[in-house]
Design a protein around this ligand. Sequence first.
Ligand SMILES: Cc1cc2nc3c(=O)[nH]c(=O)nc-3n(C[C@H](O)[C@H](O)[C@H](O)COP(=O)(O)OP(=O)(O)OC[C@H]3O[C@@H](n4cnc5c(N)ncnc54)[C@H](O)[C@@H]3O)c2cc1C
Length: 415
Amino acid sequence: MDTFDLVVVGGGAAGFMTAVTAAENGVKRIIILEGSSKLMEKVRISGGGRCNVTNASWIPNELAENYPRGGIKLLESFNRFAAGDVFDWFEKRGLNLKIESDNRVFPVSDSSLDVIGCLKKNAISRGVEISTKFFVKEILKTSDNLFTILNSEKDLIITRNIILSTGGHPSGHKLAKSLGHSIVRPVPSLFTFTTKEADLNKCSGVSIKNIDIEIELKNKSFKNRGDLLITHWGFSGPAVLKLSSLAARELFDQKYKCSLIIKWSNLEYEELKEKINYLKLNNGKLNIINLRPLPLLTKRLWVFLLDKMGINKEKKWSDLLANERDIMINSLLKDRYIISNKGPFGEEFVTSGGVSINEVDFKRMESLVCPGLFFSGEVLDVDGITGGFNFQHCWTSGWVAGIAVSKLFNKVTNQ
Ligand SMILES: Cc1cc2nc3c(=O)[nH]c(=O)nc-3n(C[C@H](O)[C@H](O)[C@H](O)COP(=O)(O)OP(=O)(O)OC[C@H]3O[C@@H](n4cnc5c(N)ncnc54)[C@H](O)[C@@H]3O)c2cc1C
């Protein structure tokens, strides 16, 4: 039976980057084993079908700040292969990229299929073998430098090096555990919030730029500023996704029950009071519904908020009572919603948790527990916020691992 130099378990972004890098750097017999019938399926659906490949955050220190878990360790590998390197890597292999105004990087074609095409073409042209519907069930370290891999049909593959690039799939965690690794409890990250707040769905589609939001859990609070989107079921948008990531573990522990506090105005209490007093004095004849105190509030949102405050929207500004004014100020500065769950469709983007990063050498992505075993991508306890950072981690860890395996391979063959 042939012995492979590298077996990649998982045909996602991280697995392909590892295989292509190893092949380009001299590793001869490489096979990607993919459990499903589809390769890079998450790349295909990513970024709404456009694939947000990375983020134009060129400085490794700044790049690492976008990972609520794993950031400091990641620096060791970002110092070798960061966002600029990813940009060049794809462009050199024929995939043209563009940077959007918010720094997110996409293919010029706006098609994730081109990212898949680029990786697949480069793998195949370098002789990487690909086997789909090969779901790895068991990995045994059979001697000092050999692994035996089995699927459910007991098909057998032998390899000198193996990389787990199984994403957030529980089987990858199980395999890593069987080889001596500890697993940090996997929980969802990057999700939206559900609220049962009556009538909020009337504001569905309203989006507000750059506002402060906060979630309050039992003993902790998390804050963020960003864009907010009101949906049919609650809240979404970059500001919410980032908060869900920052508080992923705490939210899981609280079964996704928390308070979301929205600060609709960046004015302080006294400033807002002055503004409202000014409206009462100078625009007193206008109905409250027809004159919004803050430009960012759309009419639909203003009507909803007035109903929520219990203030008669047809009232004239001059008739607003002092206690109603105080309710208005408090609501605009600290508008509270009871969050009852994550978004309804299990649409979380990424898994937080996985193989403990303390057991992996991030300069090589090799296990510190089991030599010859490598990791790349989401299988590790690393996750980023939205904006291309999760793929960036896949490309970096895949590249670093591919180089490390090639160094081992070249050392052995040159001996
Ligand atoms: C809807 C959506 C949109 C997203 N958009 C973006 C985006 O635009 N930008 C961004 O940076 N991130 C995005 N992400 C996150 C990003 O897709 C993931 O972080 C990334 O795909 C992880 O890649 P991976 O290769 O580590 O794992 P995966 O893509 O999950 O690949 C792992 C592969 O391993 C296979 N596998 C698992 N277990 C076994 C086994 N035992 N044997 C054989 N094969 C196995 C799986 O079938 C899978 O194909 C998005 C995620 C989702 C869900």
